[in-house]
Write a new protein. Structure first.
Length: 381
């Protein structure tokens, strides 16, 4: 790949202006064109709460109590704990929207450890403004859920109890501004400018913004395909290594009993500032769920991780990180938004990359139990 031009900073600034300058002209046109109907516009307020408690036992028996350094969900060994507890409020109007979600738990401690203590308690905090009459074009600014990945920390809504390493290695949130345009029922396009790769506070010494996009195609109510990108850096200016990331995933509801999710991530990052050589990583996963009835279901997962240069995997060993994984879980949901789960998961590496007492081995097996409850209430004003 050719060496990056020295004027990358200037391009970054120009791109930022070009991305958001049209907003203001569109907004002015819309304000002048629309009658003041704010008094009759429908407004609703929703309150949501979520709780995920768990117990996990790692048969490698890590002495620190932390299972794996690159996992941020359900990452405790041989103890009962709270993975994620959150409470939030959202406002939705024909012209604007807002969302504030506060959080606590081991997920918040582990995934937000680069942020200060106060910001670690914020899961999402954003405000949005509609830019067109038909409500197809929106601007949202703040701490936003990530467009990358088909899994979230709210595992009650995912097919498996634990997250794939593919999900854990990608951002769960971004801080910045995004434009979203829905062309029709099938196509949606999003463009984002952000403080960096899963950052609330930008890396100290970094003067460059990062960018992300999402193109979503929904050919039917049973199939959705997404293409996501990220371009930016996670370094200060004097050490800047550019990072380029692509992801493709599909969500498929085969029928009333079968669901399938599959995704592939590919990324590359400069070896050093100004280098024409790049470190690369590949991650892939496939998940299938079968529902026996309205209360019982089971899921199986296969995954592959290749990050030999430790770009997105915090590998604690000097060995190349190449790993395969399989898992299976059994779920019981007696009522909507309540689910009890048990999952067995086995990881095997091509090298000794898993901690075992005072050495490393090439495999790890752990069992996790979880009980999750989520609920919400909507009020029309």
């Amino acid at each position: 790949m050719p060496k990056l031009p020295p004027f990358i900073m200037r391009i970054n600034k120009i791109a930022t202006v070009l991305l958001f300058a049209p907003i203001f002209s569109i907004f002015i046109i819309e304000v002048n064109a629309q009658e003041d109907t704010s008094s009759i516009a429908k407004t609703s307020i929703s309150i949501q709460a979520y709780l995920d408690v768990f117990y996990s036992y790692d048969f490698n028996e890590p002495e620190t109590g932390y299972r794996l350094p690159y996992i941020v969900n359900h990452n405790r060994h041989n103890e009962f704990n709270l993975n994620l507890g959150s409470i939030g409020v959202s406002v939705d109007n024909e012209r604007y929207r807002a969302n504030l979600v506060l959080q606590t738990g081991t997920y918040a401690n582990d995934n937000y450890k680069a942020e200060n203590a106060i910001m670690q308690s914020i899961n999402e905090a954003s405000a949005g403004l509609v830019l067109t009459k038909d409500r197809k074009f929106w601007l949202d600014i703040g701490i936003l859920g990530s467009h990358i990945g088909f899994e979230s920390p709210y595992q009650i809504y995912d097919l498996t109890l634990t997250r794939t390493i593919m999900a854990e290695a990608a951002p769960y949130f971004f801080t910045g501004a995004k434009l979203t345009y829905t062309f029709n029922e099938r196509w949606m396009l999003m463009a984002m400018i952000t403080n960096g790769w899963q950052r609330i506070k930008r890396v100290e010494g970094n003067s460059m913004m990062s960018y992300g996009t999402q193109l979503q195609f929904t050919p039917s109510n049973k199939v959705q395909v997404n293409w996501n990108t990220f371009i930016g850096t996670d370094d200060p200016d004097d050490k800047r290594r550019m990072r380029y990331f692509n992801e493709i995933y599909a969500l498929i509801a085969i029928d009333e009993k079968w669901e399938l999710q599959a995704g592939f991530d590919y990324g590359m990052q400069q070896e050093s500032k100004g280098s024409s050589e790049y470190h690369q990583w590949f991650l892939a996963s496939v998940i299938a769920r079968y529902s026996f009835n309205s209360s019982w279901s089971t899921s199986a997962r296969g995954e592959y991780i290749n990050d030999v240069k430790n770009v997105v995997i915090a590998n604690p060993t000097p060995n190349d990180f190449i790993c395969y994984g399989i898992s299976a879980n059994l779920d019981y949901s007696p009522i909507k938004n309540v689910i009890a789960r048990v999952e067995g998961r086995y990881l095997i590496g091509e090298n000794n990359i898993f901690d075992y007492k005072d050495s490393y081995v090439n495999n790890d097996f752990f069992i996790t139990f979880s009980l999750s409850i989520g609920f919400g209430k909507k009020f029309d004003l």
